[in-house]
Design a protein around this ligand. Structure first.
Ligand code: PLP
Length: 368
């Protein structure tokens, strides 16, 4: 039986990639901010409409190092969501900071901004919101709160590559907001560099810190003044990004067709709620999230027919085994409820509409 997984990586034609890496056989320069790295950086700055992009080995290190570069005192508090991928919470904890979990909003499942201010204490230094499934957080309200309380804002934009939002008639790239936005270019994301990530920012001093931190804290040949790690993107990954970026718009259009077919099939079906997407955004259609009452039944029925949906995000990060007895899940009740109902359905550029119909047939049969 053919297996349909929740996602399938976009890849350029092989010849295009071979052509892209040909130079590397001439230069023998395989990593350490080479020509492919520099070119991808420039192309992304243009595509995303942001001032500066730095490239890293993956999205997680982009987030972890962004937080590290801000030098918050040990034990400072960071307001964030538990309805996210492990990476977001781990990046905070691995920096010796304390995540303070804020509940989510019922429609788009991003941070409930009306609850943020009640969580602020004298130890709060930052907010780390997540643009969940490409739904964009209430960036305006988050900025207001951050200014008022002098907090940094670091967006986990791993789901929101290339998205745009229109506010008061003006279109903005999603990564223009906050002090920093991080992106993931993992193989499973809509734009991939095999593994990879990026940091979008404006402050050049912050940029210099990141550049050093991702290269062991080395300032120059004889000066090491940061406790860095190794988080550089290599030339082969950057080359993959250069190729994939040429095709991204058409890949997103194909994803849109898949998402629309799901919506046509599932809208109004009893027991299935399609997670709402905002009307003022240009989406990338990375995920097809739905909420269902009888998740186990639907999940298993799909699996039996070779369709692998994902319980994403489940469990919440504040109930992970590694955080046992550390956080109180009952403080984020809506996130808890959603994590018990959510399923993300298979979606990728080349998923055939006929298979989407078959997946929806199973869903309709099993839902109640
Ligand atoms: C994928 C993802 C990350 C981590 O990115 P990697 O490139 O896999 O390290 C972080 N946050 C969210 C929300 C993600 O989906």
């Amino acid at each position: 039986m053919e297996k349909i997984l929740v996602t399938r990586s976009s890849m350029p034609p092989l010849e295009e990639y071979v052509e892209e890496i040909r130079e590397l056989w001439e230069s023998h320069f395989l990593t350490n901010m080479g020509v492919k790295h520099k070119q991808l950086q420039r192309n992304l700055e243009k595509y995303l409409g942001v001032e500066h992009v730095d490239l890293l080995v993956n999205g997680h290190m982009a987030l972890e190092m962004s937080i590290q570069a801000m030098n918050f005192p040990r034990g400072s508090e960071v307001i964030t969501t538990p309805f996210t991928f492990a990476s977001t919470t781990h990046a905070i904890v691995r920096n010796n900071l304390e995540p303070i979990f804020c509940d989510i909003e019922p429609n788009d499942l991003t941070l409930d901004v009306s609850k943020i201010e009640s969580l602020i204490t004298p130890k709060t230094r930052a907010i780390v919101p997540v643009h969940v499934y490409g739904n964009i957080c209430d960036v305006v309200e988050i900025e207001r709160i951050a200014r008022k309380h002098d907090l940094k804002v670091i967006y986990d934009a791993a789901h929101a590559f290339g998205e745009k939002i229109t506010l008061d008639g003006v279109e903005h790239g999603v990564c223009e907001f906050g002090d920093v936005s991080i992106l993931s270019f993992h193989a499973t994301k809509c734009f991939n560099t095999i593994e990879g990530g990026a940091i979008c920012f404006r402050d050049e001093e912050f940029g210099r810190s990141i550049y050093r931190l991702k290269n062991f804290g080395i300032r120059d040949a004889e000066t090491v003044d940061g406790i860095g790690a190794n988080a550089k993107m290599n030339e082969f990954c950057a080359a993959m990004g250069l190729c994939n970026l040429r095709h991204i718009d058409s890949e997103i259009q194909k994803r849109q067709k898949v998402a629309e077919r799901y919506s046509e099939n599932l809208e109004g079906v009893r027991g299935i709620r399609i997670v709402q997407s905002q009307s003022n955004i240009q989406r990338n259609f990375s995920y097809m999230p739905i909420l269902v009452e009888n998740r186990e039944q639907i999940f298993t029925a799909l699996e039996r027919e070779g369709f692998f949906a994902r319980k994403y995000f489940y469990p919440l990060t504040n109930e992970f085994d590694c955080y046992k007895d550390r956080f109180d899940v009952s403080k984020t009740p809506l996130a808890f409820e959603v994590s018990r109902k959510v399923l993300t359905l298979p979606i990728y550029a080349d998923l055939s509409l006929e298979i989407v119909d078959r997946i929806c047939d199973v869903m309709r049969r099993e839902s109640r």
